[in-house]
Design a protein around this ligand. Structure first.
Ligand code: ACM
Length: 486
């Protein structure tokens, strides 16, 4: 057990920590916590004092007070001895570096039951991650109930079969399939409950409706939203990007409006993500309806259909006081003011976006793509993404350069934070997801919170205590901190 507060292996590592004499002992430190909101501290700042007699928080805002409480929850986990908790006396002062400390989950390629999402929310909050980005729609499954569109849940929420392992791009006929129905969706009531549950733990749930591409499941349910209503597609059962994208019918635009309106009602986040990534143009290039519509809009390239969707989505969300977030492809067109960028394809787009006046969430692949393996030794690792031959080791997540150099203060202020992605093509269930998350998620939490995150080597000493916390919670993780040893 920890004799002095200087020994505490907290993650994130606190900005200021003074050890004091003595320790608090009892069953539940959270039950005795007192809290004072004061304007003597900055909004995001808190001070947590643990002494033999009391545990007290002073905080600059309710949000900072909640972060103090979550810090105490982690202390309680670290300092637990059976039924008893013994926390060495301390004064801890802290505040987050970034306001966006995110984790992205993809329940489309493989569905994740709601109780598993909640377990992830609980662990995220212990490490003061504060954004859960839910990627709710894709070619392989639509996962959110939308009133007035019953076929989204009757048809688009399930597929007949699923390719096994990696899709064989060169020889699709060689693909093998699991001949089993794969399905699942969240009702609006369940999502509202998740929003409230996460909110109590300091986490905002940001929904993503990926458009105008990654829409094959919705188009399978409602062919009139696509470019060729006469063709009946199935929900996609392989990985890779579908060519079947939204068309330009009035029904398609009305659908986008209805979905974004209901989503803004279910989720209280100030942001709604509209995807915008990987949109093949081949259907637009071959559609007389698109050609006619472009003429009507005064636009001249098939690619401008995406720009139109971005504009329309932005206007719908702006009316509801929501900022629009999109993957970095939306930078390729004219982009409305206030749009937020998630860069994924390159670190360079971070600089481009902030220079053009957009806020950015740094989500760069491969470092922050936790669907890549944690070791270069793929043989010893579970199934994982392999495009580009990339890996994302714990050390990569701790040390890779993520922020551009030479930004002005104003440009730097546009970087909202960092986010890890867990695309689920190769993550078939909750246990596999947990393995891919940990311990890398600790590194992300540390970098997103701390102004000066500790060196990788010192971090390694703090990690085993956190793997024990995961163990007690029954969660899986990669047990070795060495990328070369399984
Ligand atoms: C992405 O990985 N398609 C954003």
């Amino acid at each position: 057990m920890y004799q002095s507060a200087v020994e505490l292996p907290l993650i994130p590592s606190p900005t200021h920590l003074d050890a004091r004499e003595g320790a608090w002992e009892g069953a539940d430190p959270l039950a005795v916590l007192t809290c004072d909101i004061t304007d003597e501290l900055q909004d995001a700042e808190f001070e947590l004092e643990v002494s033999e007699e009391a545990i007290a928080v002073r905080a600059g805002s309710n949000e900072a007070a909640l972060n103090a409480r979550l810090t105490l929850e982690q202390l309680s986990e670290l300092c637990r001895e059976g039924e008893k908790v013994r926390i060495p006396a301390l004064i801890l002062r802290d505040q987050p570096r970034f306001s966006w400390r995110g984790l992205h989950i993809d329940p489309c390629r493989h569905f994740l039951p709601m109780e598993e999402l909640r377990r992830i929310v609980e662990v995220m909050s212990l490490y003061r991650l504060n954004i859960l980005h839910l990627h709710l729609t894709d070619d392989q499954g639509w996962r959110i109930e939308i009133n007035g569109y019953p076929r989204l849940t009757d048809i688009a929420a399930w597929r007949e079969r699923t390719v096994i392992g990696h899709h064989n791009v060169k020889d699709p006929d060689a693909d093998q399939y699991l001949e089993e129905r794969h399905d699942g969706y969240y009702t609006q009531a369940e999502l509202r409950e998740l929003v409230a549950f996460a909110r109590e733990r300091g986490i905002t749930v940001v929904p993503e409706i990926d458009l105008p591409g990654h829409m094959q499941a919705a188009i399978a349910a409602y062919p009139e939203f696509g470019t060729r209503p006469e063709v009946q597609h199935k929900v996609r059962d392989t990985w890779g990007v579908s060519e079947h994208v939204l068309g330009v019918s009035d029904e398609a635009f009305q659908f986008v409006k209805d979905v974004l309106t209901q989503v803004s009602d279910i989720f209280d986040a100030p942001y709604v993500h509209i995807g915008g990534d990987e949109v093949p143009r081949v259907e637009w290039e071959n559609s007389p309806a698109v050609e006619a519509k472009l003429r009507e809009w005064g636009l001249n390239e098939p690619g401008h259909v995406q720009q139109k969707y971005t504009e329309v989505a932005h206007a719908i969300l702006a009316e509801r006081d929501r900022a629009m977030v999109g993957w970095d492809e939306i930078l390729e067109g004219k982009l409305p003011e206030g749009a937020v960028i998630m860069n994924w394809r390159s670190a360079d787009t971070v600089a481009e976006a902030v220079r053009r006046g957009h806020d950015v969430v740094v989500s760069t692949a491969p470092t922050l793509y936790f669907d890549f393996p944690q070791s270069p030794d793929r043989e010893t690792e579970p199934l994982a993404a392999r495009w580009g031959g990339h890996v994302a080791t714990l050390e990569n997540v701790y040390t890779d350069q993520l922020l551009p150099e030479n930004l002005t203060a104003e440009e730097s202020a546009r970087i909202l934070g960092l986010q890890a992605q867990t695309w689920s093509e190769f993550i078939p269930n909750a246990e596999h997801l947990q393995y891919m998350l940990f311990p890398r998620l600790f590194a992300l939490a540390e970098r997103a919170w701390s102004e000066n995150p500790p060196m990788f080597e010192t971090s390694l000493e703090r990690l085993p205590a956190h793997l024990e916390i995961l163990e007690r919670k029954g969660m899986r993780y990669r047990p070795s901190l060495n990328p070369w040893i399984a």
